[in-house]
Write a protein that binds this ligand. Structure first.
Ligand code: ATP
Ligand code: MG
Length: 507
């Protein structure tokens, strides 16, 4: 580009939030805060404490906890290599040898966890580097030196210089990791934790589905698997939704058995599915092999009649699982929690067993699940901890908010209690002091930074939705009698500072 052309292009390009992410703005954020505040209050009454785990963790944690075969781990995670801090970024071809030696050391010490192909990659770079060095030193010749150098660069680029980490797609794995890391099994059991914050999944964005979305969740770790625990966890979510006046709430429950009975059921299901294979769509056909339970999840219209005839897990639970499930339902009844049973409710994550549940709400179209949860007794052990019972849930906060908005729970724009309309140098000082006094009494105050005519100030106060305008001019300052205008009806009154505070507190 010529210099002239560059100058013409004066406007720098704009940025947009990355696809699947969005800004949450006022006044909507007031609703988010209310939802979060309510969660803290309700969960607190059930004895839960907050955990704030990191937003990224080793990829391996999610791979092991969520399951390598799940959609989440196999295609939805944001994964990247966190370059080891012991390796400098800028390396010239000349001192590549020293750099590669360091990499070799880090592989050996395990500081960079290596997979089989990493060792091979390192050897390829080392050999190519030698070749290029000889070329540069003139001790050997090549027909195509630039190709050799380019090959070196490509091989170097492919080298793993650090560990794989991922943005968290969910937080149960982190909670369990933390439980183990901080020896929480030594605390009084069970340990009851809640969390809230962003999760990341590379999914196709649509209404109620984002790539950065927010969850509010809770976990009960340790102690027993008493059915009352399952029921109380569910009761807590339902209490939270009730408090928020969420509309059209429907709770579905199911039991998906345990390590004893589920595999047998899955085999039976697979055998039955094979019999009807050619009547199923391609997704379900594939799942017969990979994960037959997921076929039950299918929303494909033509498959519904077939699925309804399949064997149901409820008829194939072992005695312990059947008893546990029956007891969970009794405990729900005891708590007055209304539910329906849905034998087709299987959860997407590998770690669930026995109790699973899902809650839907209105106004969400096809993404109507606002909460999913269940029991995961083997998970802590799978992550290297002691055998530990566990149950939890995650609420999709974005969808919760959407549903609240659809049912008319829109947040009101944050108005101001008092707009201070001031004019004149004397009034400026009084205005600043008045703002301070009113704010410390808890009122929201707008103090315009520059002097403006009273007419303009009152117009501004109106636009901001202020309840009152405090008018401070020379007269008011000298007399100590301030003018307070009620913007709704235009009435005015004269008040001293203590009278003003008194009046506002009572109004
Ligand atoms: P879905 O079937 O809707 O994809 P899921 O089974 O993947 O849900 P979970 O992993 O159980 O969901 O997460 C619990 C809740 O988190 C869901 O019920 C939903 O409300 C919310 N959620 C999951 N993925 C997203 C997303 N990409 N955007 C917004 N909310 C989400
Ligand atoms: Mg999903």
């Amino acid at each position: 580009m010529s210099e002239g052309a560059a100058k013409k292009e004066e406007k720098p390009g704009k940025f947009q939030a990355i696809r699947g992410t969005r800004d949450l703005l006022p006044p909507e954020t007031a609703l988010w805060n209310r939802v979060e505040q309510t969660a803290r209050e309700i969960f607190g009454t059930f004895g839960y404490g907050e955990i704030r785990p990191p937003i990224f963790e080793p990829t391996e944690l999610f791979a092991r906890a969520v399951g390598g075969e799940t959609d989440i781990v196999s295609k939805e995670m944001y994964t990247f290599v966190d370059r080891s801090e012991k390796l400098e970024l800028h390396t010239s071809i000349g001192n590549l040898g020293v750099f590669l030696q360091k990499v070799r050391q880090l592989y050996k010490s395990g500081e960079i966890s290596q997979e089989s192909q990493d060792q091979m990659g390192l050897e390829l770079v080392e050999n190519q580097s030698k070749k290029v060095n000889d070329l540069l030193a003139g001790t050997s010749k090549s027909e195509d030196a630039s190709r050799d150098i380019y090959t070196l660069i490509m091989l170097f680029e492919a080298l793993r210089l650090g560990n794989d980490i991922s943005l968290r797609p969910e937080a149960t794995a982190s909670a369990c990791r933390a439980y183990i890391e901080h020896n929480m099994q030594q605390l009084p059991q069970p340990v009851k934790l809640y969390y809230m914050g962003p999760m990341f999944r590379r999914e196709r964005p649509q209404k109620g589905r984002y790539r950065q979305f927010y969850q509010i969740g809770a976990e009960v770790l340790g102690g027993t698997d008493a059915p009352a625990i399952d029921a109380e966890v569910i009761e807590m979510v339902m209490t939270f939704f009730e408090k928020l006046e969420l509309k059209g709430v429907q709770l579905s429950v199911n039991s998906i058995g345990c390590r004893e009975c589920r595999p047998k059921y899955v085999e039976l299901l697979r055998a039955e599915l094979l019999k009807v294979k050619d009547k199923l769509g391609p997704d379900s056909q594939r799942r017969i092999d990979t994960n037959p339970l997921r076929v039950l999840d299918s929303k494909v219209k033509e498959e519904q009649a077939i699925i309804e005839k399949l064997p149901r897990i409820g008829d194939h639970l072992c005695k312990q699982c059947a008893d546990h499930y029956a007891a969970v339902k009794r405990e729900l009844d005891l708590r007055g929690v209304k539910y329906r049973e849905n034998w087709r409710l299987v959860r997407g994550l590998d770690y669930y067993m026995r109790t699973t549940f899902e809650i839907t709400a209105q106004g969400l179209g096809s993404q109507d699940a606002v909460c999913g949860g269940g029991r995961y007794d083997g998970l802590v052990e799978l992550l290297g901890g002691p055998p530990t019972k566990g149950i939890g849930f995650a609420i999709g906060e974005d969808r919760l908010i959407l549903s609240l908005q659809e049912s008319g729970k829109a947040p009101v724009a944050q108005g101001r209690d008092v707009y201070i309309a001031w004019m004149g140098e004397n009034a400026r000082g009084t205005a600043v002091r008045a703002a301070k006094a009113l704010r410390s009494a808890g009122f929201s105050v707008e103090l315009p930074p520059v002097e403006q005519k009273f007419g303009k100030a009152l117009g501004q106060a109106d636009k901001l939705g202020a309840k009152y305008a405090l008018i401070l001019g020379d007269n008011e300052v000298t007399s100590g009698e301030w003018t307070l205008k009620t913007l709704a009806d235009g009435t005015q009154q004269k008040l001293t500072e203590p009278q003003l505070l008194d009046f506002l507190r009572k109004s």
